[in-house]
Design a protein around this ligand. Structure first.
Ligand SMILES: [Zn+2]
Length: 339
């Protein structure tokens, strides 16, 4: 299985975020890439650089005003006297019933859900290359590869069509799914990150051509708090095409695999032409977020269960933070994916 990745993805280097109101070092560090590359290589994967695919595939998912914001907000922010080094919002519209703001501070609040996605000079470039890794991986599947892996960083599944959040700017899994629709009638996205894929759910909530399924720590006491409950099933044409499986804190391999079985049955019933796996390795028992308790061997069993669906699959990297086993967890998942 090939790995798609470009070194420009390392440049984005966010410094801080607020956790329970307290400033903390941002855990979405460039060093994650070195560990994940090590894990992919140990699985025997060939590392391939994606091409520059331009804005077209990204604009199938994100709005023009949001893409303009991501490209230009850092330059505008620097002109504000006394502003922070990174773009971090401090005011948000409670509901988007007011007008679109003209000011940089207003736009940061409009387009950023939280403080975990600081924007610096390199953010836009790294986010684009991360998205292009996803596009290239989807292209490879369209060209006949059975499975591909995109080492996407920064991650994407908390990004909505026009909102960044939770370390995410461009929704790589959604962009890959949209790209696969070029030659597929139906695509399923299976999100196994520790956190609910709220951005992905939001992007496809009213559609039936992309089934969104997410296993995650119950949002009743966990990020992203406002989404991820079992009764969120889609709306309009999309009603019945969103499936959430919230899990109790510290769920281990057996409980995770049981929920995955239910997720796989739903995907089989949908009968998609292709699958996107939003691969979060932060469900690991030793991950700094500590929400679930999947073991290193558990990731291989999860991969075996997913590959048993027999679908052409694009694996998109989402979360998974610095800990001793990060590389091993990726190796375990990629080697567990049977052909
Ligand atoms: Zn996560």
């Amino acid at each position: 299985m090939k790995t798609f990745y470009a070194e420009e993805q390392t440049k984005h280097d966010p410094k801080m975020f607020l956790s329970s109101g307290a400033p903390q070092p941002n855990p979405e560090k460039p060093e994650r890439i070195a560990r994940l590359l090590e894990g992919a290589k140990a699985a025997g994967s060939e590392i391939v650089r994606p091409r520059d695919h331009g804005l077209k595939p990204i604009a199938t998912v994100h709005t023009p005003e949001y893409l303009e914001f991501l490209q230009n907000i850092f330059l505008r922010w620097q002109r504000i006297e006394g502003a922070s080094e990174e773009v971090i919002p401090n005011i948000h519209p409670l509901a988007r019933t007011g007008r679109y703001p003209a000011s940089a501070v207003g736009r940061a609040g409009y387009h950023m859900a939280d403080t975990a996605c600081p924007i610096s000079a390199d953010t836009w470039g790294s986010a684009c290359w991360s998205a292009w890794s996803a596009v290239e991986a989807a292209e490879a599947v369209l060209a006949g590869a059975r499975h591909t892996y995109a080492l996407c960083r920064p991650p994407g599944h908390h990004a909505f069509a026009d909102v960044a959040g939770g370390f995410c700017f461009l929704n790589n899994s959604a962009i890959a799914a949209q790209h696969l629709l070029k030659s597929s009638k139906r695509v399923a996205i299976l999100d196994i990150d520790l956190h609910h894929g709220n951005g992905t759910q939001g992007i496809f909530y009213g559609r039936s051509d992309v089934l969104t399924v997410s296993l995650h720590a119950d949002p009743v006491r966990f990020y992203p708090f406002f989404w991820g409950n079992a009764d969120e099933r889609g709306e309009g044409l999309g009603l019945g095409y969103n499936y959430n499986l919230p899990l109790p804190r510290k769920t281990a391999d057996a409980g995770f695999l049981e929920a995955l079985e239910a997720a796989n049955r739903r995907i089989e019933a949908y009968a998609p032409d292709a699958l996107v796996v939003a691969l979060g390795l932060d469900a690991f028992e030793g991950d700094p977020f500590g929400g679930l308790s999947v073991s290193t061997q558990g990731f291989a069993r999860i991969a075996e269960a997913i590959s048993g669906l027999g679908l052409p699959t694009v694996i998109i990297q989402e979360g998974g933070y610095l800990c001793d086993a990060l590389a091993d967890n990726l190796t375990s998942f990629l080697t567990g994916f049977r052909h």
